[in-house]
Design a protein around this ligand. Structure first.
Ligand code: FMN
Length: 166
């Protein structure tokens, strides 16, 4: 059995313990895309969670300091592109390694038929409309209704854990 260490309930310890706990949580990586003032905006996110099947809906948590945040509101269309194992470069670019205006030069993007680009070779492309948003601390919780889905043939997701890709 793995050994464990106790962390006191001191707020500073809870924060560092929580960070350590989240580093142990393996998550799929997605690229969230929408259109800002005429320009496309996108960022990498692991905070994608299935919310309900009826209606098909997901939630994501977006830092209020992220470039995409001012472009998100109820009724706004977004695409959520679940990355494949071979798309680490796309994750890095949209995670901030590439300037915002050059990110869509990384990966192959095509029209989703609803006016937004979707990433070719992704595990799944979900075309969504934002239903509602709720601020919490530094982030906003975004509820999005899923309106169209395109799936890859194989299931080979890109997984992020402990600050690295599996
Ligand atoms: C693998 C990975 C997962 C991330 N997940 C999230 C997330 O769920 N929510 C979030 O607000 N930022 C997340 N980020 C950070 C943003 O992608 C990053 O800060 C990005 O640069 C924000 O976009 P901006 O540079 O246009 O502001 C993640 C970054 C990486 C590399």
């Amino acid at each position: 059995m793995a050994s464990s260490s106790q962390i006191a309930a001191d707020p500073a310890d809870v924060t560092s313990g929580f960070r350590g706990a989240m580093r142990r949580l393996a998550s799929g990586v997605a690229i969230v895309v929408t259109r800002g003032d005429g320009a496309l905006v996108g960022m990498a996110a692991t905070s994608i969670t299935s919310l309900t099947m009826d209606p098909p809906a997901l939630l994501l948590c977006i830092n209020q300091s992220a470039g995409i945040h001012p472009c998100l509101s109820s009724g706004c269309p977004i695409t959520v592109n679940l990355l494949s194992r071979h798309q680490r470069d796309v994750s890095a670019a949209f995670g901030g390694a590439v300037p915002r205006e050059k990110r869509f030069e990384v990966g192959r993007w095509e029209n989703d038929g609803h006016g937004l680009p979707m990433l070719d070779g992704a595990q799944a492309n979900l075309s969504c409309t934002i239903d509602s948003m709720m601020p919490f601390g530094t982030h906003s919780i975004v509820v999005a209704r899923v309106e169209a889905v395109r799936l890859s043939e194989s299931v080979e997701p890109l997984i992020y854990q402990d600050g690295a890709y599996l």
